[in-house]
Write a protein that binds this ligand. Structure first.
Ligand code: FMN
Length: 198
């Protein structure tokens, strides 16, 4: 499926076919999503793939009993961990960069983020992770699957359920599977409402 077709046929699906997703398809969705760009190439996103029925049952309760969490064979929790990213900043630096540049980044990035509060860093990481969310939704569709992104959950409860430290942000959770309903057609602003050419 082309990127254009994936974008045009993606829609939020809240009822899924009761069939598992092969592990290699999940890996491919995540591999494609993780090609997303981020400032400083910092890639603060981390994914928790929830497949276990008992964990999914608990997540359903933590996620305002959204029916799609119960129905989907897989739910991904998108998290953002800036503290982990900064603690391993060398992982983000391109190996082809000259040594001098590498050294500058190793010193500068922790300094820039060290001047911020953990909360500010957390919000910055969420902004980056929203880019991977967009990529993920299109990647899922391009592989012939459907999804439903959600904000409606209790983040504290999810942190408890999945042993996440308090600084870890949860930008979204995403139900994934094959559609068992058609969903709604796109309802979007016309371009003249949102675009200004100058
Ligand atoms: C970040 C994000 C959070 C969302 N949160 C919820 C949610 O908590 N519950 C829900 O039913 N839909 C949620 N949605 C789905 C939106 O309502 C939906 O994307 C929008 O109405 C456009 O419809 P479409 O996805 O079918 O094109 C969310 C979408 C996004 C991108």
């Amino acid at each position: 499926m082309s990127v254009k077709e994936a974008m045009e046929t993606r829609r939020s699906i809240r009822k899924y076919a009761q069939e598992p997703i092969p592990r290699e398809d999940i890996e491919e969705m995540l591999r494609l999503a993780s090609l997303a760009p981020s400032a400083w190439n910092i890639q603060p996103w981390r994914f928790i793939v929830v497949m276990d029925p008992e964990k999914k049952r608990e997540l359903h309760l933590a996620a305002n009993r959204h029916p799609q969490v119960k129905s989907a064979p897989v739910v991904i929790i998108l998290t953002s961990d800036m503290e982990d990213a900064i603690a391993h900043i060398e992982e983000c630096i391109h190996p082809d960069m000259p040594e001098e540049g590498k050294q500058w980044l190793k010193e500068t990035i922790p300094k820039v983020f060290g001047a911020q509060s953990a909360e500010q860093r957390g919000q910055w990481g969420v902004a980056q992770s929203n880019i991977v969310l967009g990529y993920l939704l299109i990647a899922i569709r391009s592989l012939g699957y459907d999804s439903s992104p959600m904000y409606g959950y209790n983040p504290e409860r999810i942190r408890q359920l999945f042993d996440l430290p308090s600084h870890v942000q949860i930008p979204a959770i995403i139900a994934i599977g094959k559609r068992a309903e058609e969903g709604h057609s796109h309802h979007r602003h016309p371009l003249h409402r949102i675009v200004r050419y100058v």
